[in-house]
Design a protein around this ligand. Structure first.
Ligand SMILES: NC(=O)c1ccc[n+]([C@@H]2O[C@H](COP(=O)([O-])OP(=O)(O)OC[C@H]3O[C@@H](n4cnc5c(N)ncnc54)[C@H](OP(=O)(O)O)[C@@H]3O)[C@@H](O)[C@H]2O)c1
Length: 375
C-alpha cells in the first residue's frame, strides 16, 4: 500500500511537471478559481472551480472526466483493464471529478468506474445519475421516489462506495413532481448516501422548483460551440441561483476536435451518433467552418482545436466545469491543458464573433431523446 502511495505521489509530481509549465506566453490559470490541491491529496495543476454555493458547493478540477464512452455510445469499447489503469492515472493528469450514470451500459459503466476508483476513492469525486426505467433510456423515464432510492442503493454497490458525491436526475420526469424528486434526494443526503444534488437537461422552472426544496449544486446539460441554447436561459438561472453548470458533450461528441469528418464510421449498435443529424456527412461539411476557425486560432497559439473549444467554454463563466469524455490519456492531458489558457478580452470577443457567424446545421437529438431535454 505504502509503495503504491509513493508511486502515485511520484506520478502526481511527474504530471505536475508536464502540465504546470505556463506554455502559452506566460498566461496560466483560469478565472474565478481558488487554491489548488486544498481538498485533494493530488496536487491539482490548474486552479480549481466551485460548483454550487455555500454548504452545497463542491471544489473540483476545472474539467471533469466523462466516463460514458468507456462502455457506451462511442462505438468501440476499450479493453477493461486498460480503462481501469487510465481511470486510476487520471488524477495525476489533474482531474478529480468523474462522470458516470446508471444508464451507461446500463450499469457496466458504474461498475467499471467503481472498480477503478475504489483504491483512490477519497481523492476523487464521483457523479452519477438516475431517472430511466430499468436504467434503459429506450424504456422511458422513471423518477418515482421508491425507484430513486433503489437506484442509489444499487449505484453505491456498483461504485463500491458508501456515498455519491453528486447525484443527478438524468432527465426531468413529467409524471413525478420535481418537489418529490428533490425531497427524495434531500432524504438521501440526510441519510449520508448522497452529498450533492444535480439536474440534467432541466428547464428554468424545474430548476427553481428543485432548488427551493434541496439546493442544487450543478446543472448538467449539453453545451458546446455546436449547442449554444443554454446561454439563452439556464446558464443565467444558474448564475442567479448560485448553481454550477456542467457542460456535457463539450466537444459535441468529438466533432469539435477536427477528428470526425464525413468519412468517419460508427458502430451503430453502440453509438447514437450513427443516426443523429449532426453527424451525417452533409452536416459535417456544412459545419466545418467552425473547425477552420478553431484551428486558425489555435495554430497561432500552440493550441489544438479541442483545446480552443474547451478553453472557450471555460471562459464563459467561472462556474462552468465541462466533462469531456475520452478513453485516452493523451487526450485527457490535452483537454486538461485547455484550463491553462486565458484569453485576452479582445481575443475572446473576436473569436466569439467569428464563431457566431457559422450557422450550425443538424439537430443534436431527435425523437424521444429530443423530447426529454430542457423540461
Ligand atoms: N447528462 C447527459 O444526458 C449526458 C449525455 C451525454 C454525455 N454525458 C456525459 O458527458 C461526457 C462527454 O460527452 P460525450 O462523450 O458525448 O462527448 P464529448 O466529450 O464532447 O466528446 C467525446 C468524444 O471526443 C473524443 N475526444 C475527446 N477528447 C479528444 C481530443 N482531445 N482529441 C480528439 N478526440 C477527443 C473522444 O474519443 P477518444 O476516446 O478517442 O478520446 C470521444 O469520442 C460523457 O462521458 C458523459 O459522462 C452526459
Amino acid at each position: 500500500m505504502e509503495n503504491r502511495r509513493n508511486f502515485v505521489k511520484a506520478g502526481g509530481m511527474l504530471g505536475t511537471a508536464l502540465l504546470a509549465t505556463p506554455v502559452w506566453g506566460g498566461v496560466a490559470g483560469t478565472e474565478g478559481g481558488s487554491t489548488p490541491g486544498k481538498e485533494n491529496s493530488y496536487p491539482l495543476k490548474t486552479k480549481t472551480r466551485r460548483l454550487g454555493s455555500g454548504n452545497h458547493s463542491m471544489e473540483v478540477s476545472p474539467l471533469g472526466l466523462g466516463c460514458m464512452g468507456m462502455s457506451y455510445h462511442r462505438s468501440f469499447i476499450p479493453d477493461r483493464k486498460t480503462m481501469i489503469a487510465f481511470l486510476r492515472k487520471a488524477p495525476e493528469l489533474g482531474v478529480n471529478l468523474f462522470d458516470t450514470a446508471e444508464a451507461y451500459g446500463p450499469l457496466v459503466n458504474e461498475e467499471l468506474v467503481g472498480e477503478a476508483l475504489a483504491p483512490i476513492r477519497k481523492e476523487v469525486m464521483i457523479a452519477t445519475k438516475f431517472g430511466f426505467k430499468e436504467g434503459k433510456p429506450a424504456l422511458g423515464l422513471d423518477s418515482r421516489p421508491e425507484r430513486i432510492k433503489q437506484v442509489v442503493d444499487h449505484s453505491l454497490k456498483s461504485l463500491r462506495t458508501d456515498y455519491i458525491d453528486l447525484l443527478y436526475q438524468h432527465r426531468v420526469d413529467p409524471k413525478v413532481p420535481m418537489e418529490d424528486v428533490a425531497g427524495t434526494v434531500k432524504d438521501l443526503i440526510k441519510a449520508g448516501k448522497v452529498k450533492h444534488f444535480g439536474l440534467s437537461e432541466a428547464g428554468v422552472e424545474n430548476i427553481r422548483k428543485a432548488h427551493a426544496v434541496q439546493p442544487v449544486t450543478a446543472l448538467q446539460s449539453e453545451y458546446s460551440l455546436m449547442t449554444r441554447q443554454p446561454e439563452n436561459d439556464v446558464i443565467k438561472a444558474c448564475e442567479e441561483l448560485g448553481i454550477g453548470f456542467v457542460p456535457y458533450s463539450p466537444l459535441s461528441g468529438g466533432l469539435l476536435t477536427g477528428y470526425i469528418n464525413e468519412r468517419t464510421k460508427y458502430i451503430s449498435s453502440n453509438d447514437n451518433r450513427a443516426s443523429l443529424p449532426r453527424y451525417q456527412p452533409e452536416a459535417l461539411i456544412a459545419n466545418w467552418p467552425l473547425i477552420d476557425i478553431l484551428k486558425e486560432f489555435g495554430d497561432h497559439r500552440g493550441l489544438t482545436v479541442a483545446q480552443v473549444a474547451l478553453a472557450w467554454l471555460l471562459a464563459q463563466k467561472p462556474f462552468i466545469v465541462p466533462v469531456p469524455g475520452t478513453t485516452k490519456p493523451a487526450h485527457l492531458q490535452e483537454n486538461m491543458g485547455a484550463a491553462e489558457y486565458v484569453f485576452t478580452g479582445d481575443e475572446l470577443s473576436k473569436l466569439t464573433a467569428d464563431l457566431n457567424k457559422v450557422k450550425i446545421v443538424g439537430e443534436r437529438y431527435t425523437g424521444q431523446s429530443a423530447e426529454q431535454t430542457r423540461k
